[in-house]
Design a protein around this ligand. Sequence first.
Ligand code: MLT
Length: 259
Amino acid sequence: MNPPSAPHPPSSVEVLFSPAEFASLAARDLSQTTCVVFDVLRATSTMITALAHGATAIIPVATIAEALAVRARQPDVLLGGERHGRRIRAALSGGVDFDLGNSPREYTAENVRDRTIAMTTTNGTRALRACAPAGAVVIGSLLNLRATAARFQEEKPRHLLMVCSGTGEGPAWEDTLAAGALCDRLAVSGREGDWDDSAFIARAIWQEARGRLADTLIRSRNARRLREIPELREDVAFCLQVDRFDFVAGMDRTGAVRK
Ligand code: MLT
């Protein structure tokens, strides 16, 4: 007797740990792939917070010049983002002070409700742009992990590729942990069959650190960098909140990030 056929094709799950791996994306056919991009400290956490507080959309762009070009076309957009962790100032942009940095705590309802934000950050927006050819692009963070996992359990994407924005050209502990946390939540649905080793590695790292996230990540390079900047040190604890928000966000075909 044949086994009953599965109601959905099996999913594969893979994790890219670092920007050094983004280059390979251009050579891959991502049309049937759902990418989840993580920049826990802080770009994707900031985007989720902005949307939670009523922002209409975020337009992630790789460079300062591209952000300024968006503003030239749409004068109402806010400019957001960072270089070296700090808000982009006129000296760096050729004359324009950005409205917002990359601290999620700046993206309050008062600052962003009903606004579109053109945002450029060092790694996070670069990772998002690298995933633009994918069938779907989802914004990953710890802040809305449960909602994201629930969406995937419901929609059962065939190929799930978790893309960690990393630090410099290397991996970032917090992004790996968040990807591992999502793997862990999806594993409940028994879809491990086609998982890549990278997914098992990320999941194992999460399982080892869960319950003592802040103590673990205090040693991460990004957390140490942010904690050295007095006005940004609280961002670390903010971004490590798990399941604070209950919605999913993605990047659409126009390149805009929305709920
Ligand atoms: C990035 O995009 O590299 C990070 O979000 C940087 C930061 O938060 O300072």
